[in-house]
Ligand binder design. Structure first.
Ligand SMILES: N[C@@H](CCC(=O)N[C@@H](CS)C(=O)NCC(=O)O)C(=O)O
Length: 218
């Protein structure tokens, strides 16, 4: 039975984007189940029919359900070792997991002030000191990885992997909010935007017409 990934609106759902990208960039076959977010009770019930968390993403693999983006990526890494979602070396793997967990649990100011919204016209906004600190920390994480692994490929640990999937929505946030970035960070963003799976998600998001008013504030 094919894997099923339950996701929300591609334009807004940064959490959905992460495991979707991990699957697509790794050429793992899956069925996509789209449920529009924040439309009311009926769609919320549909999400609850897949996961009691009531949130997307959720991955269904037969009788196993995995909810939460990072848990899904961990599951995929175990289930499809050939996809090499985590680096081979233990120290690099620990590093990749540390930055992925840091992304997963942190950067609240950046997330709140620069919500993912792909169809938003590109333009800068005034940001709080906390958001600016988040942006500096993300750039530090990416630069450190690129400095260490630049020779093995254009992504954080060389080839595309789970850590890249976790940070992918930030590439869109930096792009749409016209964040000034260092040249090595720009090169990483360019590599991400050239990735077929990333481009595929982006064009599908831009084709969506559903608007979530509360995410259209800036
Ligand atoms: N920590 C979760 C966050 C999931 C989450 O907050 N999903 C949002 C959409 S991006 C959601 O499903 N919201 C719908 C709702 O709360 O009704 C993860 O990493 O997957």
């Amino acid at each position: 039975m094919a894997l099923q990934l339950v996701i929300g609106n591609k334009n807004y759902s940064s959490w959905s984007m992460r495991p979707w990208l991990a699957l697509r960039a790794s050429n793992i076959a899956f069925e996509e189940i789209f449920i529009p977010l924040y439309t009311g009770e009926a769609d919320k019930k549909r999400i609850l029919g897949f996961t009691h968390s009531g949130k997307v993403p959720a991955l269904i693999d037969g009788d196993v359900t995995i909810w939460d983006s990072l848990a899904i990526i961990e599951y995929l890494a175990e289930r499809f070792p050939q996809a090499r979602l985590w680096p081979e070396e233990r120290a690099d793997r620990a590093h990749a997991r540390s930055i992925s967990a840091e992304m997963h649990s942190g950067f609240a100011a950046l997330r709140n002030e620069c919500g993912m919204n792909l169809h938003r016209p590109v333009g800068a906004i005034a940001l709080s000191a906390d958001a600016r600190a988040d942006i500096a920390r993300v750039q530090q994480i990416w630069s450190e990885c690129r400095e260490r692994h630049g020779k093995s490929g254009p992504f954080l640990f060389g080839p595309f992997g789970g850590a890249d999937a976790m940070f992918a929505p930030v590439v869109h946030r930096f792009r749409t909010y016209a964040i000034a970035v260092a040249p090595d960070v720009r090169r990483y963003m360019d590599a991400m935007m050239s990735l077929q799976a990333f481009a595929e998600w982006t064009s599908a998001a831009l084709a969506e017409t559903l608007i979530i008013e509360k995410f259209e504030t800036v």
